[in-house]
Design a protein around this ligand. Structure first.
Ligand SMILES: NC(=O)c1ccc[n+]([C@@H]2O[C@H](COP(=O)([O-])OP(=O)(O)OC[C@H]3O[C@@H](n4cnc5c(N)ncnc54)[C@H](OP(=O)(O)O)[C@@H]3O)[C@@H](O)[C@H]2O)c1
Length: 338
Protein backbone atom coordinates (compact mmCIF):
# COMPACT_ATOMS: atom_id res chain seq x y z
CA UNK A 1 0.00 0.00 0.00
CA UNK A 2 1.60 3.34 -0.98
CA UNK A 3 1.96 5.70 1.96
CA UNK A 4 -0.27 8.34 0.35
CA UNK A 5 -3.21 5.99 -0.07
CA UNK A 6 -5.75 5.16 2.61
CA UNK A 7 -3.99 4.07 5.77
CA UNK A 8 -6.84 1.81 6.78
CA UNK A 9 -10.58 1.53 6.40
CA UNK A 10 -13.20 -0.66 4.85
CA UNK A 11 -11.68 -3.29 2.64
CA UNK A 12 -8.21 -2.79 4.08
CA UNK A 13 -6.64 -5.29 6.43
CA UNK A 14 -7.17 -3.84 9.91
CA UNK A 15 -3.69 -3.45 11.20
CA UNK A 16 -1.97 -2.60 14.48
CA UNK A 17 -1.96 1.00 15.65
CA UNK A 18 -0.76 2.55 18.91
CA UNK A 19 -2.55 5.17 21.01
CA UNK A 20 -0.45 7.05 23.58
CA UNK A 21 -2.30 8.21 26.70
CA UNK A 22 -4.86 5.47 26.11
CA UNK A 23 -6.56 5.92 29.49
CA UNK A 24 -7.17 9.65 29.09
CA UNK A 25 -10.63 11.14 28.45
CA UNK A 26 -9.94 11.59 24.73
CA UNK A 27 -7.52 8.65 24.42
CA UNK A 28 -10.13 6.20 25.77
CA UNK A 29 -12.62 7.26 23.11
CA UNK A 30 -9.94 7.05 20.40
CA UNK A 31 -9.18 3.48 21.51
CA UNK A 32 -12.91 2.65 21.46
CA UNK A 33 -13.39 4.20 18.00
CA UNK A 34 -10.42 2.25 16.59
CA UNK A 35 -11.57 -1.03 18.13
CA UNK A 36 -15.08 -0.42 16.75
CA UNK A 37 -13.50 0.05 13.31
CA UNK A 38 -11.72 -3.29 13.58
CA UNK A 39 -8.14 -2.19 14.29
CA UNK A 40 -5.75 -4.01 16.57
CA UNK A 41 -4.77 -1.45 19.19
CA UNK A 42 -1.83 -1.09 21.53
CA UNK A 43 -2.46 1.55 24.18
CA UNK A 44 0.22 3.19 26.30
CA UNK A 45 -0.04 4.42 29.87
CA UNK A 46 2.58 5.16 32.51
CA UNK A 47 0.97 2.52 34.73
CA UNK A 48 -1.15 0.24 32.53
CA UNK A 49 -2.18 -2.02 35.43
CA UNK A 50 -3.59 0.90 37.46
CA UNK A 51 -7.34 0.63 38.01
CA UNK A 52 -7.82 4.01 36.29
CA UNK A 53 -7.14 2.16 33.00
CA UNK A 54 -9.38 -0.85 33.74
CA UNK A 55 -12.27 0.55 31.66
CA UNK A 56 -10.21 0.04 28.50
CA UNK A 57 -10.20 -3.73 28.95
CA UNK A 58 -14.02 -3.69 29.13
CA UNK A 59 -14.43 -2.14 25.67
CA UNK A 60 -16.01 -4.21 22.89
CA UNK A 61 -13.23 -6.01 21.02
CA UNK A 62 -10.65 -5.31 23.74
CA UNK A 63 -10.22 -8.91 24.74
CA UNK A 64 -9.19 -9.93 21.22
CA UNK A 65 -7.58 -6.77 19.87
CA UNK A 66 -6.33 -4.47 22.67
CA UNK A 67 -3.08 -4.67 24.61
CA UNK A 68 -1.75 -2.09 27.04
CA UNK A 69 1.90 -1.29 27.58
CA UNK A 70 3.96 1.01 29.74
CA UNK A 71 5.44 4.20 28.27
CA UNK A 72 6.31 7.62 29.57
CA UNK A 73 6.51 10.16 26.75
CA UNK A 74 9.76 11.47 28.24
CA UNK A 75 11.32 8.04 27.66
CA UNK A 76 12.15 7.52 23.99
CA UNK A 77 12.95 3.82 24.53
CA UNK A 78 9.52 3.06 25.99
CA UNK A 79 7.77 4.71 23.05
CA UNK A 80 10.05 2.99 20.53
CA UNK A 81 9.15 -0.39 22.02
CA UNK A 82 5.44 0.47 22.11
CA UNK A 83 5.42 1.48 18.42
CA UNK A 84 7.27 -1.61 17.19
CA UNK A 85 5.17 -3.34 14.50
CA UNK A 86 2.57 -0.53 14.32
CA UNK A 87 1.54 1.05 11.06
CA UNK A 88 -0.05 4.07 12.70
CA UNK A 89 0.39 6.06 15.90
CA UNK A 90 -2.10 8.37 17.60
CA UNK A 91 -0.10 10.63 19.90
CA UNK A 92 -2.69 11.75 22.44
CA UNK A 93 -0.71 11.72 25.73
CA UNK A 94 0.06 15.12 27.21
CA UNK A 95 -0.58 16.58 30.66
CA UNK A 96 -3.57 18.92 30.84
CA UNK A 97 -3.09 21.61 33.49
CA UNK A 98 -1.53 25.01 33.74
CA UNK A 99 1.64 23.83 35.46
CA UNK A 100 4.66 25.25 33.55
CA UNK A 101 6.27 21.79 33.96
CA UNK A 102 3.85 20.41 31.38
CA UNK A 103 5.65 22.21 28.55
CA UNK A 104 8.52 19.73 28.71
CA UNK A 105 6.26 16.67 28.53
CA UNK A 106 4.25 18.28 25.74
CA UNK A 107 7.18 19.31 23.55
CA UNK A 108 9.91 16.79 24.35
CA UNK A 109 7.29 14.04 24.59
CA UNK A 110 6.05 14.90 21.12
CA UNK A 111 9.58 14.96 19.66
CA UNK A 112 10.20 11.55 21.22
CA UNK A 113 6.92 10.20 19.84
CA UNK A 114 7.61 11.39 16.29
CA UNK A 115 11.18 10.09 16.27
CA UNK A 116 10.24 6.79 17.88
CA UNK A 117 7.49 6.39 15.27
CA UNK A 118 9.91 7.11 12.41
CA UNK A 119 12.52 4.72 13.85
CA UNK A 120 9.91 1.99 14.30
CA UNK A 121 8.85 2.26 10.64
CA UNK A 122 5.40 3.73 11.39
CA UNK A 123 3.76 5.24 8.31
CA UNK A 124 1.41 7.80 9.69
CA UNK A 125 1.01 9.75 12.92
CA UNK A 126 -2.07 11.59 14.13
CA UNK A 127 -1.19 14.24 16.69
CA UNK A 128 -3.75 15.59 19.16
CA UNK A 129 -3.16 19.32 19.33
CA UNK A 130 -5.47 21.80 21.05
CA UNK A 131 -7.58 24.76 20.19
CA UNK A 132 -5.23 26.57 22.57
CA UNK A 133 -2.74 26.53 19.71
CA UNK A 134 -5.24 28.38 17.51
CA UNK A 135 -7.47 30.86 19.28
CA UNK A 136 -5.20 32.81 21.65
CA UNK A 137 -4.53 35.93 19.56
CA UNK A 138 -5.72 39.23 21.07
CA UNK A 139 -5.07 41.10 17.80
CA UNK A 140 -7.30 38.93 15.61
CA UNK A 141 -10.23 40.87 14.16
CA UNK A 142 -13.60 39.76 15.62
CA UNK A 143 -14.72 39.29 12.00
CA UNK A 144 -12.06 36.64 11.30
CA UNK A 145 -13.38 33.16 10.59
CA UNK A 146 -11.13 31.03 12.80
CA UNK A 147 -9.87 28.06 10.79
CA UNK A 148 -6.81 25.87 10.31
CA UNK A 149 -4.71 28.83 9.11
CA UNK A 150 -4.96 30.51 12.53
CA UNK A 151 -2.31 30.20 15.22
CA UNK A 152 -2.20 31.53 18.77
CA UNK A 153 0.28 34.27 19.63
CA UNK A 154 2.78 32.34 21.77
CA UNK A 155 4.21 35.49 23.36
CA UNK A 156 0.70 36.41 24.44
CA UNK A 157 0.14 32.88 25.85
CA UNK A 158 3.34 33.18 27.89
CA UNK A 159 2.65 36.75 29.02
CA UNK A 160 -0.81 35.80 30.26
CA UNK A 161 0.54 32.68 32.00
CA UNK A 162 -1.39 30.30 29.75
CA UNK A 163 1.24 27.60 29.76
CA UNK A 164 -1.11 24.88 28.53
CA UNK A 165 -1.83 26.76 25.28
CA UNK A 166 1.83 27.69 24.96
CA UNK A 167 2.94 24.07 25.49
CA UNK A 168 0.43 22.62 23.02
CA UNK A 169 1.35 25.19 20.39
CA UNK A 170 5.07 24.46 20.77
CA UNK A 171 4.29 20.72 20.72
CA UNK A 172 2.32 21.02 17.48
CA UNK A 173 5.16 22.98 15.88
CA UNK A 174 7.65 20.33 17.09
CA UNK A 175 5.45 17.54 15.67
CA UNK A 176 5.24 19.26 12.29
CA UNK A 177 8.97 20.00 12.08
CA UNK A 178 10.13 16.56 13.25
CA UNK A 179 7.68 14.72 10.99
CA UNK A 180 8.84 16.74 7.97
CA UNK A 181 12.50 16.00 8.83
CA UNK A 182 11.80 12.30 9.22
CA UNK A 183 9.52 11.99 6.17
CA UNK A 184 6.60 10.82 8.29
CA UNK A 185 3.00 11.48 7.30
CA UNK A 186 1.37 13.65 9.96
CA UNK A 187 -2.22 14.78 10.48
CA UNK A 188 -3.15 17.08 13.35
CA UNK A 189 -6.54 17.09 15.08
CA UNK A 190 -7.20 20.37 16.88
CA UNK A 191 -10.02 19.85 19.41
CA UNK A 192 -11.75 22.62 21.31
CA UNK A 193 -12.40 22.09 25.04
CA UNK A 194 -14.00 18.67 24.97
CA UNK A 195 -17.17 17.49 26.68
CA UNK A 196 -19.32 14.37 26.45
CA UNK A 197 -19.60 11.08 28.32
CA UNK A 198 -16.63 9.69 30.22
CA UNK A 199 -15.38 6.16 29.67
CA UNK A 200 -12.88 6.46 32.52
CA UNK A 201 -13.93 6.72 36.18
CA UNK A 202 -12.17 9.97 37.04
CA UNK A 203 -13.01 13.47 35.81
CA UNK A 204 -10.48 15.23 33.63
CA UNK A 205 -9.90 18.99 33.31
CA UNK A 206 -12.63 19.70 30.73
CA UNK A 207 -15.39 17.59 32.28
CA UNK A 208 -14.49 18.98 35.71
CA UNK A 209 -15.16 22.43 34.21
CA UNK A 210 -18.80 21.32 33.71
CA UNK A 211 -19.03 19.50 37.06
CA UNK A 212 -17.87 22.56 39.02
CA UNK A 213 -20.82 24.62 37.77
CA UNK A 214 -23.28 21.84 38.57
CA UNK A 215 -22.09 21.36 42.14
CA UNK A 216 -22.08 25.12 42.77
CA UNK A 217 -18.30 25.13 43.34
CA UNK A 218 -18.05 27.87 40.70
CA UNK A 219 -19.79 30.84 42.28
CA UNK A 220 -19.47 33.42 39.49
CA UNK A 221 -18.98 33.47 35.76
CA UNK A 222 -16.94 35.83 33.64
CA UNK A 223 -17.20 37.63 30.32
CA UNK A 224 -15.64 34.97 28.10
CA UNK A 225 -16.50 32.94 25.05
CA UNK A 226 -15.33 29.32 24.74
CA UNK A 227 -15.43 26.78 21.94
CA UNK A 228 -16.74 23.27 22.63
CA UNK A 229 -16.64 19.91 20.96
CA UNK A 230 -17.86 16.38 21.76
CA UNK A 231 -15.36 13.69 22.74
CA UNK A 232 -17.03 11.14 20.42
CA UNK A 233 -16.54 13.54 17.49
CA UNK A 234 -12.92 14.11 18.50
CA UNK A 235 -12.36 10.34 18.43
CA UNK A 236 -14.09 10.00 15.04
CA UNK A 237 -11.96 12.87 13.74
CA UNK A 238 -8.79 11.00 14.74
CA UNK A 239 -9.92 7.90 12.84
CA UNK A 240 -11.11 9.85 9.79
CA UNK A 241 -7.90 11.82 9.33
CA UNK A 242 -5.92 8.60 9.77
CA UNK A 243 -7.94 6.82 7.11
CA UNK A 244 -7.97 9.77 4.67
CA UNK A 245 -4.48 11.21 4.51
CA UNK A 246 -4.45 14.72 3.05
CA UNK A 247 -1.39 16.82 2.47
CA UNK A 248 1.34 16.26 5.05
CA UNK A 249 1.06 18.36 8.18
CA UNK A 250 -2.62 19.03 7.60
CA UNK A 251 -4.58 20.42 10.55
CA UNK A 252 -8.22 19.65 11.22
CA UNK A 253 -10.19 21.98 13.48
CA UNK A 254 -12.60 19.99 15.65
CA UNK A 255 -15.04 22.59 16.98
CA UNK A 256 -18.82 22.26 17.25
CA UNK A 257 -19.85 25.59 18.78
CA UNK A 258 -18.61 28.79 20.38
CA UNK A 259 -20.67 30.03 23.33
CA UNK A 260 -20.51 32.92 25.73
CA UNK A 261 -20.25 31.55 29.26
CA UNK A 262 -23.75 32.96 29.96
CA UNK A 263 -25.18 30.87 27.08
CA UNK A 264 -23.32 27.78 28.24
CA UNK A 265 -24.71 28.11 31.77
CA UNK A 266 -28.22 28.79 30.48
CA UNK A 267 -28.05 25.54 28.49
CA UNK A 268 -27.07 23.65 31.65
CA UNK A 269 -29.91 25.30 33.61
CA UNK A 270 -32.47 24.51 30.86
CA UNK A 271 -31.41 20.86 30.74
CA UNK A 272 -30.93 20.29 34.47
CA UNK A 273 -32.76 22.94 36.51
CA UNK A 274 -32.20 20.94 39.71
CA UNK A 275 -28.53 22.00 39.98
CA UNK A 276 -27.33 25.25 41.59
CA UNK A 277 -25.72 26.64 38.42
CA UNK A 278 -24.60 30.18 39.18
CA UNK A 279 -26.15 33.19 37.50
CA UNK A 280 -23.79 35.62 39.24
CA UNK A 281 -21.85 37.60 36.66
CA UNK A 282 -18.46 39.11 37.39
CA UNK A 283 -18.74 42.36 35.44
CA UNK A 284 -15.42 43.42 33.93
CA UNK A 285 -16.89 46.68 32.62
CA UNK A 286 -16.22 45.59 29.02
CA UNK A 287 -18.85 44.96 26.33
CA UNK A 288 -20.15 41.37 26.26
CA UNK A 289 -17.63 39.15 24.46
CA UNK A 290 -19.13 37.98 21.18
CA UNK A 291 -18.86 34.38 19.93
CA UNK A 292 -16.69 34.51 16.80
CA UNK A 293 -17.10 32.59 13.57
CA UNK A 294 -15.13 29.42 12.95
CA UNK A 295 -14.88 26.79 10.24
CA UNK A 296 -14.99 23.03 10.81
CA UNK A 297 -15.42 22.38 7.07
CA UNK A 298 -12.34 20.17 6.68
CA UNK A 299 -13.73 17.56 9.04
CA UNK A 300 -17.26 17.89 7.68
CA UNK A 301 -15.81 17.27 4.22
CA UNK A 302 -14.44 13.98 5.59
CA UNK A 303 -17.97 13.06 6.69
CA UNK A 304 -17.93 14.12 10.34
CA UNK A 305 -21.32 15.26 11.58
CA UNK A 306 -20.79 17.38 14.68
CA UNK A 307 -22.90 16.59 17.74
CA UNK A 308 -24.97 19.61 18.84
CA UNK A 309 -23.48 21.07 22.00
CA UNK A 310 -26.84 20.71 23.82
CA UNK A 311 -26.69 16.94 23.29
CA UNK A 312 -23.04 16.79 24.34
CA UNK A 313 -23.79 18.66 27.55
CA UNK A 314 -26.77 16.45 28.31
CA UNK A 315 -24.63 13.34 27.91
CA UNK A 316 -21.80 14.88 29.96
CA UNK A 317 -24.13 15.52 32.90
CA UNK A 318 -25.72 12.07 32.77
CA UNK A 319 -22.26 10.52 32.69
CA UNK A 320 -21.07 12.67 35.62
CA UNK A 321 -24.13 11.48 37.56
CA UNK A 322 -23.58 7.83 36.67
CA UNK A 323 -19.93 7.95 37.73
CA UNK A 324 -20.83 9.64 41.01
CA UNK A 325 -19.11 12.98 40.36
CA UNK A 326 -22.25 15.04 40.90
CA UNK A 327 -25.25 14.21 43.08
CA UNK A 328 -28.31 12.72 41.46
CA UNK A 329 -30.59 15.34 43.00
CA UNK A 330 -33.80 14.84 41.03
CA UNK A 331 -35.34 12.67 38.31
CA UNK A 332 -33.43 13.26 35.11
CA UNK A 333 -35.22 14.84 32.15
CA UNK A 334 -35.91 12.54 29.20
CA UNK A 335 -33.35 12.58 26.38
CA UNK A 336 -36.29 12.72 23.94
CA UNK A 337 -36.86 16.34 25.01
CA UNK A 338 -33.53 17.43 23.52
N1 LIG B 1 -9.87 17.55 27.23
C1 LIG B 1 -9.85 18.61 26.43
O1 LIG B 1 -10.69 19.53 26.55
C2 LIG B 1 -8.82 18.71 25.34
C3 LIG B 1 -9.03 19.65 24.30
C4 LIG B 1 -8.08 19.75 23.29
C5 LIG B 1 -6.99 18.93 23.27
N2 LIG B 1 -6.81 18.03 24.28
C6 LIG B 1 -5.62 17.17 24.22
O2 LIG B 1 -6.05 15.82 24.20
C7 LIG B 1 -5.10 15.00 24.89
C8 LIG B 1 -5.81 14.25 26.01
O3 LIG B 1 -6.48 15.17 26.83
P1 LIG B 1 -7.46 14.63 27.98
O4 LIG B 1 -8.20 15.80 28.52
O5 LIG B 1 -8.18 13.47 27.46
O6 LIG B 1 -6.35 14.17 29.04
P2 LIG B 1 -6.47 13.55 30.50
O7 LIG B 1 -7.69 12.73 30.63
O8 LIG B 1 -6.20 14.63 31.49
O9 LIG B 1 -5.20 12.58 30.49
C9 LIG B 1 -3.90 13.03 30.24
C10 LIG B 1 -3.16 11.90 29.57
O10 LIG B 1 -1.81 12.31 29.32
C11 LIG B 1 -0.96 11.26 29.77
N3 LIG B 1 0.35 11.78 30.21
C12 LIG B 1 0.62 12.89 30.89
N4 LIG B 1 1.96 12.99 31.08
C13 LIG B 1 2.51 11.90 30.52
C14 LIG B 1 3.82 11.41 30.40
N5 LIG B 1 4.87 12.08 30.89
N6 LIG B 1 4.01 10.24 29.75
C15 LIG B 1 2.98 9.55 29.26
N7 LIG B 1 1.70 9.96 29.34
C16 LIG B 1 1.49 11.12 29.97
C17 LIG B 1 -1.68 10.61 30.93
O11 LIG B 1 -1.20 9.30 31.06
P3 LIG B 1 -1.18 8.48 32.42
O12 LIG B 1 -2.46 7.70 32.40
O13 LIG B 1 -0.01 7.62 32.28
O14 LIG B 1 -1.12 9.45 33.54
C18 LIG B 1 -3.11 10.64 30.41
O15 LIG B 1 -3.36 9.53 29.58
C19 LIG B 1 -3.99 15.95 25.37
O16 LIG B 1 -3.00 15.95 24.39
C20 LIG B 1 -4.69 17.30 25.41
O17 LIG B 1 -3.79 18.37 25.26
C21 LIG B 1 -7.69 17.90 25.33
Amino acid sequence: MPSSSKAGGPGDEKHLVCVTGAGSFIGSWVVKELLDRGYHVRGTARDPAHRKNAHLLELDGAEERLTLCRADVLDYGGLRAAFQGCRGVFHVASPVSNDPELVRAAVEGTRNAINAAADAGVRRVVFTSSYGAVHMDPNRSPETVVDEACWSDYEYCKRTGNMYCYGKMMAEIAATEEAAKRGLELAVVVPAPTVGPLLQQTVNFSTDHVARYLTGAKKVYTNVVTAYTDVRDVARAHALVYEHPGSPGRRYLCVAAVLHRAQFLQLLRDLFPQYPVTSKYEDDGKPMARPYKFSNKRLRDLGLEFTPVRESLYDTVISLQQKGHIPLTAPVPKRARL
